[in-house]
Design a protein around this ligand. Structure first.
Ligand SMILES: [Zn+2]
Length: 497
């Protein structure tokens, strides 16, 4: 039975339109028009929505880690990225199935129907078991996933000068971390795991599960590993995602190592192309932005996480103006620790518009697209039928509570249609997400999950948690800070932005 979904306004390509209704049959949007036209064509169809709703294409979270409760709730305070990462070894382990299920439910509650999951293994040796469990968790939640199993082969703990760093540590501390650079997982083993997953669950038609490749970060992976990953993605028409230029120290690392920028180095080895999405990209240099656009490289922008980890502010307006596809990701680390995707869009839009009359504008329309069609394109590929309300696309859509968003502080008619997308972007919150559809299935109705009870999952996670006692990583903070403070002296050598 088809369903006609209608609303007071719909958001199409970031712009509010009047009287756009869609007809969903099976997993797809099969028709669009005015409500009257669709009722004429499908007199028997069910109806959903109404004049008290806003219809928007569902969001894609273009970069995340699926940690369920967030690192702060799990006992790891925010800090500089390099210090914070060293502390993550203390995270209490949440079974991968529950972590993915909980993350998926939280995201659906915020209007997100697809997530790029960059996996953090509990144990590298258990990766072959953890990954299918993660996939199962997202599938049971009812959310689409682009899975990024990680691999690293160098520069764990500190960049470039590991031996020197270890030499300076007190002996008892050094002994606890001396072997950490070897994760015990070879590249051959890694690609065998990836092949198995790809052959068994990769879904390039309906995009329920995409298996992708993830050299975890430029500084943590050799050139050979990065190129093998890019070739793997290209051969299978899937994608690669990599953390890149998240901190100033990563930018300095590139100039120290190759006497050129990280992006120029990736170009030199042949890694840049439309199969690649780079997460963070705060310290991209101005002169490299056109190159990224030319090569079709996607960027996942994580403004909350970048602020919380004191990493800096990415020049997204410049990248967008140059034609780089920039999508939004939560990185499991939102400003209010609540996985609110609309607030993340608001923050990205607001901070993306920087001071100075000469600075580049980032419009509300573009910000909407960064959370919808562009985020879907950099996560699943430009051809994936996701991220818009177009006929033929998979039916992933959200109905927002228009009355609640408008509230009392607006004229009775609301703002003009021209200003509506900015008005919504300024005000919408996750509690305004009323109904969410994934591939034709209502997974959230009146704010309640249709498949699984979120509170039950939360309770099960809390019952299993065992917080770590004070361990070696906790004692590393002062040493890491002292180590990178020396790198700050080289900052003056870096190109200005
Ligand atoms: Zn990340």
């Amino acid at each position: 039975m088809p369903t006609i979904i209608h609303a007071r306004y719909a958001i199409r390509a970031g712009v509010a339109v009047d009287d756009l209704a869609v007809c969903v049959d099976g997993e797809s949007i099969v028709d669009a028009g005015t409500l009257t036209e669709l009722v004429d064509r499908y007199p028997e169809a069910d109806r959903a929505g109404g004049d008290d709703c806003i219809l928007v294409p569902a969001f894609t979270n273009a970069h995340d880690h699926g940690r369920a409760l967030g690192t702060l709730a799990l006992g790891i305070p925010d800090n500089f990225l390099e210090i914070w990462l060293s502390q993550l070894a203390r995270l209490p382990a949440i079974p991968p199935y529950l972590a993915a299920l909980h993350t998926g439910l939280q995201l659906l509650g915020s209007g997100v129907t697809a997530v790029a999951h960059s996996h953090n293994p509990i144990s590298w040796s258990d990766l072959p078991a953890e990954l299918p469990e993660t996939v199962r968790g997202y599938a049971d939640a009812g959310i689409r996933v682009a899975l990024h199993p990680p691999i690293v082969d160098q520069n764990q703990l500190v960049y470039a000068e590991r031996e020197r760093f270890l030499q300076r540590l007190p002996a008892e501390l050094r002994e606890t971390i001396a072997d950490e650079d070897d994760i015990g997982l070879s590249a051959d083993d890694y690609f065998a795991i990836l092949d198995d997953l790809y052959d068994s669950v990769h879904d390039s038609e309906r995009h329920r599960i995409n298996i992708q490749v993830s050299p975890a970060g430029g500084q943590w992976c050799s050139d050979a590993l990065i190129m093998r990953a890019c070739e793997w993605a290209r051969d299978r028409q899937t994608r690669a995602q990599m953390h890149m230029l998240e901190t100033r120290y990563q930018q300095i690392y590139a100039h120290r190592t190759w006497r050129r920028s990280f992006i120029r180095h990736l170009e030199h080895i042949g890694a840049l192309g439309d199969w690649l999405t780079l997460a963070h990209m705060i310290w991209v240099e101005d002169e490299d932005i056109d190159l990224l656009a030319d090569r079709g490289v996607g960027v996942a922008h994580n403004i909350s996480s970048n602020l919380r980890l004191r990493s800096g502010i990415a020049p997204i307006a410049k990248m967008v103006a140059a034609g780089v596809p920039v999508g939004i990701g939560l990185d499991g680390h939102t400003l209010d620790d609540d996985m609110d995707f609309t607030r993340e869009l608001r923050l990205a839009w607001t901070i993306g518009n920087q001071s100075g009359m000469a600075s580049t504008d980032l419009s509300a329309e573009t910000a909407w697209r960064m959370g919808t069609d562009i985020a879907a394109a950099i996560t699943f590929g430009a051809d994936a039928p996701l991220g818009t309300l177009d006929v033929g696309n998979l039916a992933d859509l959200v109905l927002l509570d228009w009355d609640a968003i408008r509230g009392q502080w607006a004229p009775a008619d609301g703002p003009s249609r021209e200003q509506l997308s900015a008005f919504l972007l300024r005000r919408a919150k996750r509690e305004h997400v009323r109904h969410v559809m994934v591939g034709g299935e209502w997974v959230l109705r009146d704010g309640a999950h249709a498949r699984v009870d979120l509170q039950d999952v939360e309770r099960e996670i809390w019952e299993r948690l065992q917080f770590a006692a004070d361990t070696a990583p906790a004692k590393l903070e002062a040493h890491l800070r002292d180590f990178y403070r020396r790198w700050d002296d080289e900052e003056s050598l870096m190109p200005r932005r």
